[in-house]
Design a protein around this ligand. Structure first.
Ligand SMILES: Cc1ncc(COP(=O)(O)O)c(C=O)c1O
Length: 414
């Protein structure tokens, strides 16, 4: 048995090389493997491909930018046109009013950046004792040490301990539990509460009514910052531009990545709201000693500009609002099958939850034989669908029919 040269992320290192699915081509909502088989991309890759695959406009914008200026760093006083243009386009959408944006290379880096900005901001404001972060069980905040320490999925935490001090998790849907945690750790010690508006990789859990508003109130009362991790929810997935709009709750910091470029180039960032801005901008000598080599990379930002123009001109978040309920209805029709216990989600982020002996991983494994890719989220025994926002009604039906067929395969085996 040989293993591949690549050590794959979130994979079994001992998996044999001939067990991998090599993807060679993609168009719209469909991808093709090296054997010529095609699959409906029911997950928009890893939640990110909002605009759909094979968009020439984005590829050409990146190529044109690379031919003009492939890259130059943005530390200190250097800048480039694409990073400025993308910041303008992004901030016009008002993820947080009166904000600025700091670029990163992806979501994990955005989370750790937001955590550092929260502490640095409080410290700059003369409140250096605020070092505690509160987050939720089931949360996924990326793979860096800060995000891992804030995360609430045991399998992602256990191999890497001891994790960072001053990070604590509470129940994912109880405001009372969060309030207790603030009191227990001391409201004057909380740097920030961090939450995904809709828990994603932990199992697709929309917030209970009033939950996010309650977090906002708790932060306002205690002086803590509210950080929304919108790496999945930003740029249309819920049927609004941002989770903050969708739920009408404005955070102080917002992380994003994925659909800012629909994945055509790696890019992420932090939207920095007025409260943190004011702290960092108050002293004209203050130096922000954070940022990575490729922050504001012009080719990545050029992809972002072309992508946002597509999302805007084709009204794709409105499309998510329209087609999400169709996916939801289709999946709900499976509720009478043995082992199917719940369908939940928002917009084009929907999931089916199973109970023993049906395992989401087995259903996800059975799906490609029926021409569809779905994603198992094993902690909550859930199968998630988050197709590109350009998904057609017929493709939604195809996804639902394949899920029914995969369920029947699994039922025959258990
Ligand atoms: C909510 C959330 N935060 C952070 C991340 C990490 O982003 P990345 O994989 O780009 O580092 C993800 C990735 O799926 C995510 O879903």
């Amino acid at each position: 048995m040989t293993v591949p040269k690549v050590l794959h992320p979130f994979a079994v290192p001992a998996r044999p090389a001939d067990d991998f699915l090599e993807i060679v081509r993609a168009e719209g909502c469909r991808v093709w493997d090296s054997e010529g088989r095609s699959y409906l991309d029911g997950t928009a890759s890893l939640w990110y491909c909002a605009a759909g695959h094979g968009r020439r406009e984005i590829a050409e914008a990146v190529a044109a930018q690379m031919a003009e200026l492939e890259a130059y760093h943005t530390f200190s006083r250097f800048t480039n046109r694409p990073e400025q243009r993308l910041a303008e386009l992004l901030l016009e959408l008002k993820p947080i009013p009166d904000a600025r944006v700091l670029w990163t290379c992806g979501g994990s880096e955005a989370i750790d950046t937001a955590l550092k900005l929260a502490r640095a901001g409080h410290k700059a404001a003369g409140d250096a004792g605020r070092t505690v972060f509160l987050s939720r069980y089931y949360a996924y905040h990326g793979v860096m040490l800060g995000g891992t320490s804030a995360g609430g999925l045991p399998t992602n935490r256990d191999p890497y301990g001891p994790l960072l001090p001053d990070f604590f998790q509470v129940s994912r849907d109880s405001l009372a539990a969060m309030r207790e945690a603030v009191t227990y750790h001391g409201s004057e010690r909380i740097a920030a509460i961090i939450a995904e508006p809709v828990v994603g990789a932990g199992g697709v859990f929309p917030p209970p009514p009033g939950y996010l508003e309650g977090l906002r109130e708790l932060c306002d009362e205690s002086g803590a910052l509210l950080v929304f991790d919108e790496v999945i929810t930003a740029f249309g997935r819920l049927g609004s531009w941002f989770g903050s709009h969708h739920y009408g709750v404005t955070p102080d910091l917002m992380t994003f990545a994925k659909a800012i470029t629909s994945g055509y180039q790696p890019l992420g960032g932090v939207v920095v709201g007025p409260r943190v801005r004011a702290w960092l901008e108050a002293d004209e000598q203050y130096m922000l000693t954070h940022g990575s080599t490729y922050a504001g990379h012009p080719a990545c930002c050029a992809a972002g500009v072309a992508n946002l123009e597509i999302l805007r001109s084709e009204g794709l978040f409105e499309r998510a609002r329209e087609v999400g309920p169709r996916l939801r209805d289709g999946l709900e029709a499976l509720l009478d099958r043995p082992g199917v216990v719940e369908v939940r989600g928002e917009g084009l982020m929907q999931a089916v939850a199973f109970e023993h002996p049906v395992a989401a991983a087995a259903v996800a494994d059975a799906l490609p034989a029926h021409g569809v890719i779905g994603r198992a989220l094993p902690y909550a025994n859930t199968l998630a669908f988050s197709p590109p926002l350009v998904v057609s009604d017929a493709e939604i039906e195809e996804m639902v029919a394949a899920t029914a067929a995969a369920l029947a395969d699994v039922a025959a085996m258990v």
